[in-house]
Write a protein of this length. Structure first.
Length: 317
């Protein structure tokens, strides 16, 4: 028999309090202010969350509002996977929640006894997810990078994730030993035909799961902030109509790849459009809403992990 509405609401509140306490790391005083309850009530909600086993190491209780948003996103954009986590009112750009759900997705995939190929992008959310994956011995799996792991100054990318996940799984791994951008289109074309690089790209083409981030294309674009493209290159892509990027590939408001600019010199593996294999983006933040919406509308991705506030904004049109 279904639980009465007031009990369901109480469990929802307990799940929110548990998420804020155990995953987001807030104190009970902070939680009381966020939920607009007394400290004693916040403490009781956290205790209830534990007593009802709504949380173990991960939040197991599907908060009704998050489930409803995920269902709407799946239906509108015909997604194969969608997770919506609670927003953290004190840290609206925190990727803790989406990293946790992304780690759960990775673990579910990696538990397979049948050999699987996992392809990874770079970025903060993907790296945070990999850091949360529990060690599991899977030497028959393969982990492959979708993005060149060398920055413009010749240093290794801080957000490279393939080696980290391989350490946790014992899987064979295939980094992309190329600069993010080459100096010309001809040079890019020559480099990706080199046999070891072609082999990495062939492995990535067979990936069972692609987990990537989504980047905005504005003055705070991650590809610019992290030093992969110059300000002039970023402005050129914006003039060409770019609103977002995945693995460095810039696309317009309809989700179509930009023909020109840095896309001509990019070494990362281009996205399948429409996405064929399971291609899930982990992204959060109001500034990324146009990028996320375009990626969904253009079928650049067929799965999304985000938070409540971002999900509502994507659906609000």
């Amino acid at each position: 028999m279904a639980a009465p509405d007031n009990e369901k609401s109480r469990l929802d509140d307990a799940a929110r309090a548990g998420w804020l306490y155990f995953i987001a790391g807030h104190t009970q005083d902070e939680i009381a202010k966020m939920l607009q309850v007394s400290r004693a009530s916040a403490q009781r909600l956290v205790s209830l969350c534990l007593a009802e086993r709504l949380i173990t190491f991960r939040l197991e209780h599907p908060i009704a509002a998050c489930m409803e948003l995920a269902s709407r996103l799946k239906a509108r954009f015909d997604l194969v996977h969608c997770d919506v986590v609670p927003s953290d009112p004190a840290a609206p750009l925190s990727n803790a929640g989406i990293a946790e759900r992304s780690a759960n997705l990775l673990e579910m995939t990696l538990r397979s006894e049948t050999p699987v190929i996992v392809a990874l992008g770079t970025g903060r959310a993907v790296r945070a997810a990999v850091e949360r994956v529990s060690p599991i011995e899977r030497p028959d799996h393969q982990i492959v990078s979708l993005v060149g792991n060398i920055s413009a100054d010749g240093s290794a990318s801080f957000y490279d994730t393939v080696g980290r996940l391989a350490d946790r799984t014992g899987a064979r791994h295939y980094p992309m030993p190329l600069p993010f951008l080459m100096s010309s289109e001809d040079e890019r074309n020559r480099m990706i035909r080199i046999d070891p690089i072609a082999r990495v790209r062939a492995v990535a083409a067979k990936a069972d799961l692609r987990l990537i981030g989504i980047g905005q294309m504005d003055q705070k674009a991650q590809v610019h902030v992290d030093g992969f493209v110059t300000r002039e290159e970023l402005l050129e892509m914006m003039r060409l109509g770019a609103v977002g990027e995945v693995t460095g590939w810039a696309y317009d408001a309809k989700g179509k790849l930009i023909k020109g600019g840095t896309n001509k010199r990019l070494t990362s593996i281009p996205p399948q459009i429409p996405a064929v294999s399971t291609t899930i983006a982990a992204a959060v933040g109001v500034a990324k809403v146009p990028s996320i919406r375009a990626a969904l509308a253009g079928r650049v991705i067929n799965g999304l992990i985000t938070d409540e506030a971002t999900a509502r904004a994507v659906l609000d049109r």
